[in-house]
Design a protein around this ligand. Structure first.
Ligand SMILES: [Cu+2]
Length: 402
C-alpha cells in the first residue's frame, strides 16, 4: 500500500513538473514573438473538431460502461420477492428511483455532450451574449420540484406505513436484543406485554435483563431463533446492551438501529413462510449457486483430510448492519416464518423466563439462554469466507482488514 502511494506521488510530481515547463515555454513564446507569429499555440479548426468528436466518443464510452455494468452486476436480489407486506412498497420505491435516475442521466449526458460539440470553436463564429431566460429556468426548476416531491411523498407514505400502527390493532410484541456479538429475542408471552428490562438485571438465563419484579416479565419467553407467524403484525422493540448495532432483516426490507439506553421499534407483517420462500425459483437458483461453491470447497477439504461442508438450505436471517467490533460479521440469527398454528406450537414448547429462572435457582441444569455454539447452516454459509480456521489465519484476516 505504501509503495503504491509513493508511486502515485512520484507520477503526480512528474505531471506537475511537465505542466510547469509547458507553461514556462508558453510564456516565453508569447514574450518573444508577435501575436501573428505564435499561431501554432492557438487551437486550429482541426483541433476543435477532433475535441468535439472525442467528446462524443466519451459519451459512447459512458453509455457502453453503463450497459456493461447493468448486464454484469444488474442482478438485484433485494428488489423482488420481499417477504413482508411493506416490502413491496420499499421495492417499488427503489425501482421508481432507479428508473428515474437512469432516464434522467441518459438524457442529460447526451445533451451535455451534444451542446459542447455544437458550440465548439469555429473560425469567425462569435458567442452570443445570453444573460438569462426565465422560461427555461422555470422549466428546469419546476419539473424536478414536482418529481422530487412525488418521490418524497411516496417515501413518507411508505415510511409511515412501516413505522406506525394502530394502538387498537392486534399486534405481537417481540424484543430484539443486540450485544457484542449476537442477538437474543424475548417474546411477550401470554399477556402480550414485555416486562420492563435493564442491563443491570442480566444474570444467568436472564440474558436480556428482564426485571423480574415486574409481573409482566414472568411469562416472557427467551429464544435463540426468531420464529414469526405468517400474516401477523409483529412490533419489534429493539435494545442494545453495549454499542450501536443495527437490526437488519434483508428479506423483509427492514432495518432499525439498536441504540444503548433507548428502545427503538418498527412493525412488520411477514407475508411468505420460510418453506414457501424455499420453493421460489429465484431462491432455488441462489441456493444451487451456493451449493456448487460449497461442494467445490468440500472437495478441497476432503483432499486435506478434513470434514466436508453440509449443503446449504435457505433461511431468513437477522444481521447486524453497523460495524460494531471484531466479530460484527458473525452477528446473525436465523429467522423462521411459519403458519400461525406451527408458531403457536413452537412457542408452547418453550419455557417461560419465570420457569427457567426458578429451575436455575433450584440448581437444575437449564437450557442456555443463547445457544451461541449452535451455528445454523445459513450462518455457516454467510460466514464461511470470514471464518478463520486457525489462529494464523485469523491474524492474516486481521492484517488484510488493516
Ligand atoms: Cu452489531
Amino acid at each position: 500500500m505504501t509503495s503504491l502511494l509513493i508511486i502515485g506521488v512520484v507520477v503526480l510530481l512528474g505531471i506537475a513538473i511537465w505542466q510547469l515547463t509547458k507553461i514556462f515555454h508558453l510564456t516565453q513564446t508569447i514574450k518573444q514573438k508577435p501575436a501573428h507569429e505564435s499561431e501554432s499555440e492557438i487551437a486550429s479548426e482541426r483541433d476543435n473538431n477532433v475535441n468535439g468528436y472525442l467528446l462524443f466518443g466519451f459519451l459512447g464510452f459512458i453509455y457502453a460502461l453503463m450497459i456493461y455494468s447493468c448486464a454484469k452486476w444488474g442482478y438485484m436480489p433485494l428488489m423482488s420477492d420481499a417477504a413482508s407486506e411493506h416490502g413491496k412498497d420499499v421495492d417499488n420505491l427503489m425501482w421508481i428511483s432507479m428508473i428515474l435516475i437512469f432516464t434522467v442521466q441518459i438524457i442529460t449526458q447526451f445533451l451535455l455532450h451534444y451542446f459542447s460539440f455544437k458550440a465548439r470553436g469555429i473560425k469567425g463564429r462569435k458567442a452570443t451574449f445570453y444573460a438569462d431566460n426565465d422560461k427555461l429556468e422555470m422549466i428546469w426548476t419546476i419539473i424536478p420540484v414536482i418529481v422530487l416531491s412525488g418521490l418524497i411523498l411516496y417515501g413518507l407514505f411508505a415510511w409511515n406505513n412501516i413505522m406506525y400502527y394502530d394502538q387498537d390493532e392486534e399486534v405481537m410484541y417481540v424484543e430484539v436484543y443486540a450485544k457484542q456479538f449476537g442477538w437474543d429475542v424475548r417474546y411477550s408471552g401470554e399477556d402480550n406485554t414485555l416486562g420492563k428490562a435493564n442491563v443491570r438485571f442480566i444474570q444467568g438465563v436472564n440474558a436480556t435483563g428482564a426485571d423480574m419484579s415486574d409481573p409482566n416479565s414472568h411469562d416472557d419467553i427467551l429464544a435463540s431463533e426468531l420464529h414469526l407467524p405468517l400474516g401477523k403484525k409483529v412490533v419489534f422493540k429493539i435494545r442494545s446492551q453495549d454499542v450501536l448495532h443495527s437490526a437488519y432483516f434483508p428479506h423483509f426490507r427492514a432495518q432499525m438501529n439498536a441504540v444503548p439506553g433507548m428502545v427503538t421499534q418498527f412493525a412488520m407483517v411477514p407475508s411468505i413462510t420460510t418453506s414457501e420462500m424455499r420453493q421460489l425459483p429465484e431462491t432455488i437458483k441462489k441456493v444451487d449457486k451456493i451449493n456448487k461453491l460449497r461442494s467445490q470447497r468440500s472437495q478441497e477439504l476432503i483432499a486435506k483430510g478434513e470434514e466436508a461442508l453440509t449443503p446449504y438450505e435457505f433461511d431468513y436471517i437477522l444481521l447486524c448492519n453497523k460495524i460494531c467490533g471484531r466479530s460484527h460479521y458473525n452477528m446473525q440469527m436465523k429467522v423462521i416464518v411459519e403458519s400461525e398454528q406451527d408458531f403457536k406450537k413452537w412457542l408452547g414448547e418453550q419455557k417461560t423466563l419465570g420457569q427457567r429462572i426458578a429451575e436455575e435457582q433450584a440448581g437444575n441444569e437449564p437450557q442456555p439462554a443463547v445457544e451461541e455454539e449452535a451455528v445454523s447452516q445459513e450462518e455457516e454459509a454467510v460466514s464461511e469466507d470470514n471464518t478463520a480456521e486457525s489462529e494464523e489465519e485469523a491474524i492474516e484476516i486481521e492484517n488484510i482488514r488493516g
